[in-house]
Design a protein around this ligand. Structure first.
Ligand code: GDD
Ligand code: MN
Length: 373
């Protein structure tokens, strides 16, 4: 049982009304079947449920169909700008009026029959309920090929440091409207809007309700290779969000290591052109600094404020030069009591790397626009 004291459940809250947000693109065949099954659940829940189809201008008769149903609890919104699954879902969640928000697919992969038990979880104190394929009792249709299975497993594994949910890829979930509204900095790329919410809404108690995930019978899946590549970008963004400094440090160190390789290659090249051995390190050092700067700007500190590139580069070079001085001074200091010059030099390099990272993070690639709690 969840520990109600540590959840965000306000005392005496009423979770009465539910809005189900369903993103759709060309789902005209599935809409009536889903509405019928949701209707059964609606009756069971005291008619306090409404459905919002967020349709990206499918032009397949979906809009006319929903209008023809003439049900006051079913609406379809035609979206003509800012298209995309996650955008449609966020748009729908913002428009939704229920105390409780649900997101589910239109293609009947997600069974509406588990809505009451998801609601029970929220009423019991959970912040977020996930319709899950990968907890005890959860299943998928067996026709999953090895590739699809592997794909799904790898994607899930990549999300592991972000959330301990067994099925963070699920597009079927429920949360309070107030939980959703406690943040506004949602910025998903690609498909995984549930993961975005899980990471950003600070949900303490997440519970998974087992579902049988049915493969779609009608219409076509829209999950493309492009969406999967976007997932990589999304995961990187969420890592940066959640472990800001550590992700930056790991990338900074990787860039530094690559800079060392670039430096050595250039040095070898210049020497092979017959350049003086005392001069060759100068362009090699400068160019590897340019290399490090570009990669750090593009990757390690990509979420930082955009500033004039030349000024930023000068700041980076100054920081690195100062870092070299730190390196030298620390080496001398350690030499004072350690016998090994190699040891002293190593400590010097580590100190200088730490200094360079701190200076890059706090001075060169400043970040002022992100408001975190
Ligand atoms: N509005 C809108 N715009 N809806 C979209 C778009 C879009 O660009 N693309 C897809 N949809 C809708 C579909 O109509 C469907 O209702 C739902 O989003 C999911 O699309 P599918 O094409 O059925 O996706 P899937 O089955 O490959 O992926 C599902 O399973 C994954 C886990 O295996 C989704 O639930 C994913 O969120 C989930 O991660
Ligand atoms: Mn589907």
């Amino acid at each position: 049982m969840p520990d109600a004291a540590s959840s965000s459940k306000p005392p005496g809250e009423s979770l009465q009304t539910i809005t189900v947000v369903v993103p759709t693109y060309r789902e005209v065949e599935n809409i009536p079947l889903l509405v019928e099954r949701l209707g059964v659940q609606r009756a069971a829940l005291g008619n306090r449920l409404d459905v919002l189809f967020m349709d990206d201008d499918s032009r397949d008769g979906s809009a006319e169909l929903v209008q023809g149903l003439g049900l006051d609890w079913v609406r379809l919104i035609t979206r003509r700008s800012d298209r995309g699954l996650s955008q449609a879902v966020l748009d729908g969640l913002r428009r939704a009026t229920g105390d409780v928000l649900v997101v589910m697919d239109a293609d009947l992969s997600h069974p509406p029959e588990v809505l009451p038990s998801m609601l029970e979880r929220l009423r019991g104190g959970a912040d977020f309920a996930v319709g899950s394929r990968f907890v005890a009792g959860g299943t998928t249709d067996d026709e999953w090929g090895l590739l699809r299975w592997l794909n799904s497993r790898i994607a899930t594994l990549m999300a592991f440091p972000l959330t301990r949910v067994a099925d963070p890829m699920s597009g079927f979930f429920m949360l309070r409207k107030s939980t959703f509204e406690s943040r506004s900095n949602y910025n998903p790329v690609g498909y995984k809007i549930g993961l975005e919410l899980l990471v950003k809404c600070d949900c303490k108690i997440v519970e998974e309700v087992p579902i049988h995930f049915t493969d779609r019978q009608l219409g076509e899946s829209k999950l493309s290779l492009r969406e999967q590549l976007l997932y990589l970008k999304h995961v990187r963004r969420l890592y940066t969000y959640k472990f800001s400094m550590w992700t930056q440090l790991v990338q900074f160190l990787a860039v530094g290591a690559s800079g060392l390789v670039v430096n050595l290659l250039l040095l070898t090249l210049f020497l092979s052109f017959g350049m003086n051995v005392k001069l060759a390190p100068i362009p090699a050092i400068f160019l590897s600094m340019v290399w490090n700067f570009s990669l750090n700007r593009r990757f390690s500190f990509s979420s930082s404020d955009r500033q004039p590139i030349l000024r930023q580069f000068m700041a980076f070079v100054s920081a690195c030069s100062f870092g070299a001085v730190v390196n030298y001074l620390v080496t001398l200091f350690v030499l004072g009591f350690a016998r090994s010059p190699q040891l002293a030099a190593t400590v010097g390099v580590v100190a200088a790397t730490g200094f360079n990272f701190a200076a890059s993070r706090l001075l060169v690639f400043k970040q002022t626009h992100v408001v975190r709690k």
